[in-house]
Design a protein around this ligand. Structure first.
Ligand SMILES: O=C(CO)COP(=O)(O)O
Length: 126
């Protein structure tokens, strides 16, 4: 397990920052990538050296999807906003799909994200 992708829609960015704050000790042990705005906010606050790709609406979800498809991402945390329509909805759907195609663990809400991080810790201690 090496690379974790972090993505949050605008209304979920505060939640993402809280999530990262809570788990920064674990997350800092992995290579982190993110869509542009999400990653920039995380880097400003935590200096975790997150590599940023394009913003989601400009193709960032597709970039992460391509990395999932080529097995360069091992886990995806995507705090989606299910109550706001997104202009790049097809890209979002494609990212979720490609995670399923490649059997990549994917959390789309904060509680499942917490569970995945706990699982990471369990795996580390094996
Ligand atoms: O839109 C997004 C995911 O679909 C997130 O993109 P940003 O991190 O650039 O806001």
């Amino acid at each position: 397990m090496k690379t974790i992708a972090l993505i949050a829609h605008d209304k979920k960015k505060t939640e993402m920052l809280e999530f990262v704050d809570h788990h920064k000790d674990v997350l800092s042990q992995y290579d982190l990538i993110a869509t542009r705005t999400t990653g920039t906010l995380i880097n400003e606050k935590f200096h975790l050296n997150v590599k940023t790709l394009m913003s989601g609406p400009l193709g960032g979800d597709q970039q992460i999807g391509a990395l999932v498809a080529t097995e360069k991402v091992d886990l995806v945390i995507f705090l989606r906003d299910p109550l706001t329509s997104q202009p790049h909805e097809p890209d979002i759907t494609a990212l979720l799909r490609i995670c399923d195609v490649h059997n990549i663990p994917l959390a789309t809400n904060r509680r499942s994200a917490h569970i995945l991080v706990k699982w990471l810790v369990t795996e580390q201690n094996k």
